[in-house]
Write a protein that binds this ligand. Structure first.
Ligand code: URA
Length: 431
């Protein structure tokens, strides 16, 4: 077999066999198939799609590119969650410690920023020392001892996704149902959780802009998970406007910590409680969502969720003092509040524009080797449906470069639309 023939077959809309997919993934991971061939393969898949059978084979090949964890010797039941990617989506940072504080073990393998959407690993690395490269043994040991793990693809867990993800981020090959489904599900299968909650985003700041596409992605991932013997639930959630207020790595970590302390934006807190409740039910810790939500609320109110976050940070080598002294996070050189130039009801905060603007500031990458600027980003002060008066703060820019600040000011201003008539708030979940 030759990589080029597999690429051409997909370019010509052919259906790849399992052997061809396995050959490609094996070659890519070993280095025999270079990045440029893997990039055009991803583009051919994005343009011509894959059947559910091909997507399942791709997922399993990527999952088996490293070890598949069997967690049954360390915990009775491990639960995992994953978001399909959005703007301001720092859910894992708050949900994992909350659920773990409720007595359910949670081990998760996350990703980095992808296109305009932020990544949990980049956010976590804004805490000095935090390690996202745990080995399989470390993953299992920490899950057993601490009941919570939040790491990245190490060399021995789904390495094919780690490599492919970095290429997709900078080659315009993110927005593809088979590539997203396989990327998410290979990590979930490799990380060994028996129960998985998928948070599938839809809207202007999601990779799936329409509810129909999001539903197809959700169903496909649920099917793949079930085929791999896992219990899977998918939620369809809104991503037309940023989730919470903070967009940008350390700003989002700070917002997640504030939420764990009982504060944080209302929409983000609600979102986290709902996802936590689903995880608690799926993990058989509570019998229904109401009970799950109450338990999660209690873990936040009594400080045990925040304490679990400290435990997580410490276990992975991070500087725990950042959790208690939020002023330690690096601050951007320029912090500018932009006010509303008119009164009215907010009818749109275009999430994708805000996400792209945060990449412009340096919060994400445009090339694989780009460094991340952890301090930059935005605080978006209002939600769709809010009424604002002329002169009210609309958003705050955190920038380290004056020219970029001027550029994103216009972009994020244009991302806000106003209406003179009342506007209904957006729902948090569709299904
Ligand atoms: N999250 C992932 O892990 N992979 C994707 O492709 C998109 C979101």
């Amino acid at each position: 077999m030759r990589a080029v023939d597999i690429i051409i077959k997909k370019r010509e809309k052919g259906e790849l066999t399992r052997e061809e997919i396995e050959f490609f993934i094996r070659g890519f991971v070993s280095g025999d198939i270079p990045d440029y061939q893997a990039s055009v393969f991803a583009m051919a898949v994005l343009l011509n799609g894959m059947t559910p059978r091909e997507t399942t084979d791709l997922t399993l090949s990527m999952a088996h590119s490293g070890q598949i964890l069997d967690l049954s010797d360390v915990v009775d039941i491990a639960v995992d969650k994953h978001s399909s990617g959005g703007v301001g989506d720092k859910t894992s940072l708050a949900v994992l410690p909350t659920v773990a504080a409720c007595g359910l073990s949670v081990g998760k393998m996350s990703g980095r920023g992808l296109g305009f959407s932020g990544g949990t690993l980049d956010k976590l690395e804004s805490i000095p020392g935090y390690r996202v490269d745990l080995s399989t043994d470390e993953f299992k040991q920490q899950l057993k001892e601490k009941g919570v793990v939040l790491t990245g693809q190490s060399l021995d867990l789904a390495p094919a996704d780690g490599k492919m993800y970095a290429l997709r981020d900078v080659t315009g090959t993110v927005q593809s149902i088979p590539l997203i489904a396989s990327s998410i599900m290979c990590k979930k299968i490799a990380a060994g959780a028996q129960a998985i909650v998928l948070d599938v985003k839809t809207g202007l700041g999601a990779f799936m802009e329409t509810l129909d596409e999001a539903r197809i992605l959700a169903n496909l991932m649920v099917d793949i998970g079930k085929l791999a013997g896992r219990e899977v639930v998918a939620l369809l959630s809104d991503m037309n406007q940023p989730l919470g207020c903070a967009v940008g790595n350390s700003l989002e970590v700070i917002e997640a910590i504030e939420t764990l302390k009982g504060g944080g934006p209302e929409d983000f807190r609600e979102h986290c409680l709902h996802v936590s409740a689903h995880m608690l039910v799926l993990g058989k810790r509570t019998k229904d969502l109401g009970e799950g939500r109450a338990l999660a609320e209690k873990a936040i109110a009594n400080g045990s969720a925040l304490e679990k976050f400290r435990v997580l940070v410490q276990a992975q080598g991070g500087d725990v003092s950042y959790v208690d002294e939020l002023s330690k996070f690096p601050r951007a050189k320029y912090i500018e509040v932009v006010n509303a130039s008119r009164s009215g009801n907010i009818s749109q905060v275009q999430a994708r524009s805000v996400g792209e603007a945060s990449v412009t500031l340096g919060a994400g990458r445009t090339k694989k080797s780009d460094p991340i600027d952890y301090a930059v980003g935005f605080i978006i002060h209002h939600k769709v449906g809010d009424h604002v008066q002329k002169g009210d703060p609309l958003f705050t820019i955190h920038a380290n470069d004056e020219a970029k600040l001027a550029e994103v000011r216009e972009i994020v201003l244009a991302a806000h639309s106003f209406s003179d008539v009342q506007v209904a708030p957006l729902p948090l979940f569709y299904s």
